[in-house]
Design a protein around this ligand. Structure first.
Ligand code: CP
Length: 314
């Protein structure tokens, strides 16, 4: 089986079969990662460049590890310290890198649609590692993979996505992914941080009451307030936000059941999530990070294999 896409630009473009293929492939890579020798040479002779125009800890390290575990040659590019500061365009930057015989590009950019734009100008597969407030597809894949691992499946599960929905690419990719896999989704947060027509546009429930949403949910995916993407903060103070929407032990203890806690990182401890919850047995935050490597190995392997197979085999 092959993916239906040449690039991973967003979850929106994937089929449910694509997502399930990524998961069964990631299952196999997760087994490899438990072995003493954690490498498989499936992308030997492939060179991958990680092009990051925005800061990252988890995504960048996770992609680099995934690439190295697959035996690829890896090059890392950061916009800071590069000739971007001298006015070089995105297309010139990437075309110069590609002329050095690179086979795949992983890109993070602050502009919505940057990887989609680039995909029309270059011939090698592109993986979107986060574009502005649009999508972060590999985060959604590793999140859904982690829910499947903890709860046995995603189908029929109730997922609350909590916090700054308006500026979060993680929220949008999660909604696409979870809905395609048959989950029910509620977005919960202050009205100023939830897009107005999201219920109709994306077939999700909307709540402005965190306790009610968590009482309903099997899983809470708690998001950071993306202050760097807001011209003016849309909540009057972080302390006020934390009092109204922070997920803490007192709130969880008031629920009638235990729910699974997720967070894509980085966590603003004491704002959207308290430390006693983040570090508790209910939290699968570090499982998410661990699963990021196997999930990204699956994406890179499947896109790389697509490239090597003749068109008739797809
Ligand atoms: N989850 C996530 O995208 O984290 P980084 O910004 O550290 O990559």
């Amino acid at each position: 089986m092959s993916l239906s896409v040449k690039h991973l630009l967003g979850i929106r473009e994937l089929t449910r079969q694509d997502i399930e293929l990524i998961f069964t492939t990631a299952d196999q890579f997760k087994e490899v990662l438990q072995r003493p020798i954690k490498k498989v040479p499936t992308l030997r002779d492939t060179t991958i460049v990680n092009v990051f125009f925005e800061n990252s800890t988890r995504t960048r390290i996770s992609f680099e590890l995934a690439e190295k575990r697959l035996g690829a040659d890896v090059v890392n590019f950061s916009a800071s310290g590069s000739s971007v500061s001298k006015g070089e365009t995105l297309i010139d930057t990437v075309n110069n890198i590609l002329s050095m015989k690179v086979d795949m590009v992983v890109m993070r950019h602050s502009a919505t649609g940057a990887p989609h734009f680039l995909s029309k100008h270059i011939n090698v597969p592109i993986v979107n590692a986060g574009d502005g407030i649009n999508e972060h597809p590999t985060q959604a894949l590793l999140d859904a993979f982690s829910i499947r691992e903890r709860l046995g499946s995603v189908e029929g599960k109730k997922i609350a996505i909590c916090g700054d929905i308006m500026h979060s690419r993680v929220a949008l990719s999660n909604i696409y992914c979870l809905k395609k896999l048959g989950a029910e989704v509620t977005v919960v947060g202050p009205p100023t941080l939830i897009p107005k027509h999201i219920a109709q546009a994306l077939d999700v429930n909307v709540s402005y009451n965190i306790r009610e949403a968590l009482e309903w949910a099997d899983v809470a995916n708690v998001l950071r307030i993306q202050l760097e993407r807001q011209n003016m903060p849309l909540f009057s103070s972080l302390r006020e936000y934390s009092l109204a929407y922070g997920v803490n032990r007192k709130l969880l203890d008031s629920l009638k059941k235990d729910i699974v806690i997720m967070h894509p990182g980085p966590i603003n401890r004491g704002v959207e999530l308290s430390s006693d919850v983040a570090d508790s047995g209910q939290s699968i935050i570090l499982d998410q990070v661990e699963n990021g490597v196997a999930t990204r190995m699956a994406v890179l392997y499947l896109l790389g294999r697509n490239e090597k197979e003749p068109a008739t085999a797809k």
